[in-house]
Write a protein that binds this ligand. Structure first.
Ligand code: ADP
Ligand code: MG
Length: 622
């Protein structure tokens, strides 16, 4: 496997064996593919020399089109022209707050929302795969060869479901995914921050429809995402909308048709982009209604009508700093990402807020793809001497298992750096138990019901033994993409069961934040509940054990001993079944039963040892 090969440092193949690897920025608005050629990262253009591929897929009468032609048909055929599909990745309809902004017909399948098109029902994974396929074909024709693999970037806040969906889309597009990489981390790599001295960096990413602010900590070649914040409904599109409203207003035009709206929004976007590129701009359009518009947009007007939008990006920055417990003065550098950061008023606001000029000498459209290309180059085994760094991220919420009594046992705690593997031993609860149900959960709370259920599976074929004798090793592994697989293995027979967790739907940022807040707010109450539940589980376990011992070896007990034991069992059972049981009483009664059964347990042990020895001598004689 590629990843295993590349994990070994110093395995760089000879230069003529250069393996073709690319980095892909699968953006909400635009996507790009880049590679490293002769040591220099570069974006691969389409046949017309354009670096960007608009992330737009159209299911037309004559087949599927992707990119500019699809974008141009948007006004004409909105329902079959899918924009911003990234918003739907790994999400159910109920997870999405802004679906009504789009003119699509949705079908809410469990797991992920589907979009009805002329070509039938399409999942966001399939639609994204069309974009990725176009990029793969572009790369293969540019590089004249088959790709070894690709690094695909995802927002830092993407959860398991969204990452898995992205991975699936890449696979569907015929790509070998070397790794999913967080977008801000990719941008930091493009700026060569991985070679810089240690420090904390902010990545300010204002794209077409989303704003993401990430705080990264770099130490010893490891990037850690300290905090992420943002606004999923703020981006360059909102600036277009301000220009659109301004144009209608200055021209004294009332409400327009949906097709004219789309047309005017495209013109507004052109005017906005031209203004930053050329310093002046005129919006000209002939509407479907026949009306013509000519409006000159000045930098002053544009700055004035978009001032509040720029201001809106500051709140998430403050939140991320607060979450990471940092001040602006702790930030060593600010990386600018996303086409919308070209606007001078955005640059000014960021410089002013952080008290330092941001890093902006790379093309903000391209930085993420360039960083991904550098990482892909290393992962494909083309690394240059000294380039033996590893990139790591952290997991946002703890991962664990349900144990008896509905309690969670954390196996990997939140903020652990990935990739990571952790194993823990568990045992059977009942005598002769041959199967075990494994319930994988995510969250910080003590009770399973307060956490999020990720997956369930069963381990069968455990050899029947007394309770507590079987050893089941459960291993949690989170790979470099943040995907979890869980394996359970019984140690004597080595029977094994495993699952890769594909949660049926995603968690939003807000949900993660809520789960963390709840866990803090309820920590004390949770501990009390946990202690009570544990006491109850202990009690049930000893009742069970005593009863099965009595059923098997009652003759080892005298009548009065038997009576004492029965009474201790009855008292404890009564407490277990009592609704408002007190933990103290449960613990005391459990101890009492333990003491009462001590002598009996000893006698049973002697007898089973004697039996085992008998068996052994017969066996060895043969
Ligand atoms: P995403 O990450 O969402 O795919 P991009 O990083 O490609 O998005 O950013 C797209 C946004 O950048 C669009 O709103 C586009 O209009 C804006 N943009 C691109 N070039 C310029 C420019 N010269 N001036 C202002 N905005 C620009
Ligand atoms: Mg982007």
């Amino acid at each position: 496997m590629t990843l295993l090969q590349i994990a070994e440092p110093g395995e760089a193949p000879a230069p003529h064996q250069h393996r073709l690897a690319v980095g892909i920025d699968l953006g909400t608005t635009n996507s790009l593919v880049a590679t490293v050629r002769s040591g220099i990262p570069m974006v691969l253009p389409d046949e017309d020399g354009r670096p960007l591929l608009p992330s737009v897929v159209r299911y037309g009468d004559d087949g599927v089109t992707v990119g500019y032609p699809a974008q141009n048909a948007q006004a004409k055929d909105p329902q079959n022209t899918i924009v911003s599909v990234k918003r739907f990745m790994g999400r159910a309809l109920s997870d999405l707050s802004d679906v009504r902004r789009f003119p699509y017909h949705y079908t809410d399948l469990p797991g992920m929302v589907q979009i009805e098109t002329r070509a039938g029902r399409k999942s966001p994974v399939e639609i994204s795969a069309e974009i990725l396929k176009a990029l793969r074909i572009r790369a293969e024709s540019n590089l004249a060869g088959e790709l070894e693999g690709a690094v695909v970037t995802v927002p830092a806040y993407f959860d398991d479901a969204q990452r898995q969906a992205t991975r699936d889309a890449a696979r569907l597009a015929g790509l070998n995914v070397l790794r999913l990489l967080n977008e801000p981390t990719a941008a930091a790599i493009a700026y060569g921050l991985d070679n810089a001295s240690e420090g904390i960096y902010a990545v300010y990413d204002l794209g077409g429809g989303t704003f993401d602010l990430s705080i990264l900590k770099l130490s010893r070649g490891v990037f850690e995402v300290l905090a992420t914040a943002g606004d999923t409904a703020l981006g360059g599109d909102d600036f277009d909308h301000r220009v659109y409203c301004w144009a209608l207003e200055t021209q004294g035009i009332g409400p327009v048709s949906p097709s004219d709206t789309r047309l005017l929004m495209m013109k507004a976007r052109e005017a906005k982009e031209n203004l930053t590129l050329h310093g002046s701009s005129t919006l000209m359009a002939t509407l479907f209604s026949g009306e013509t518009i000519t409006a000159t947009l000045t930098a002053e007007t544009f700055t004035a009508i978009t001032q509040t939008l720029v201001g809106k990006t500051l709140a998430p920055i403050k939140k991320a700093l607060r979450d990471a417990k940092l001040a602006t003065t702790d930030i060593k550098g600010v990386v600018m990402v996303g086409g919308a950061t070209r606007m001078p008023q955005v640059q000014r606001a960021v410089a002013e807020f952080f008290g330092q000029p941001p890093l902006n000498n790379l093309d903000p459209d391209q930085v993420v793809a360039l960083g991904a290309a550098i990482q892909a180059n290393v992962l494909a085994g083309n690394r240059a001497p000294g380039e033996d760094w590893l990139l790591l991220d952290v997991i946002p919420l703890s991962l664990g298992l349900e144990t008896m009594g509905g309690l969670t046992e954390k196996i990997i705690s939140r903020n652990s750096t990935i990739p990571i593997a952790r194993a823990q031993s568990f045992t059977t609860f009942k005598d002769g138990q041959t199967a075990m149900a494994i319930h994988v959960v995510q969250g910080e709370r003590e009770r399973v019901d307060d956490c999020r259920s990720l997956a369930r599976f069963e381990l069968h074929g455990i050899p029947p033994m007394v309770a507590g004798a079987a050893r089941i090793l459960v291993t949690f592994q989170v790979d470099a993409d943040g995907l979890l697989s869980v394996t359970a293995r019984e140690e004597t027979t080595r029977v094994e069961a495993a699952i890769t967790v594909k949660p049926s739907y995603g968690l939003s940022d807000a949900e993660i934040a809520r789960m963390l807040e709840e866990s803090h707010a309820n920590a004390a109450a949770d501990m009390t509940t946990r202690a009570l539940l544990e006491a109850r589980v202990d009690a049930e376990r000893i009742i069970d054990a005593t009863e099965s011992a009595l059923a098997a070896d009652a003759e080892l007990l005298a009548a009065d001993e038997r009576a004492t034991l029965d009474e201790a069992v009855a008292r404890l059972r009564h407490l277990v079944n009592e609704a408002g049981a007190d933990r103290r009483a449960l613990v005391e009664a459990t101890e009492a039963l333990n003491r009462a059964s001590e002598a009996f347990a000893g006698r049973r042990m002697d007898r089973s040892v004697a039996q085992a020895l008998t068996g052994l001598s017969i066996d060895t004689l043969r």
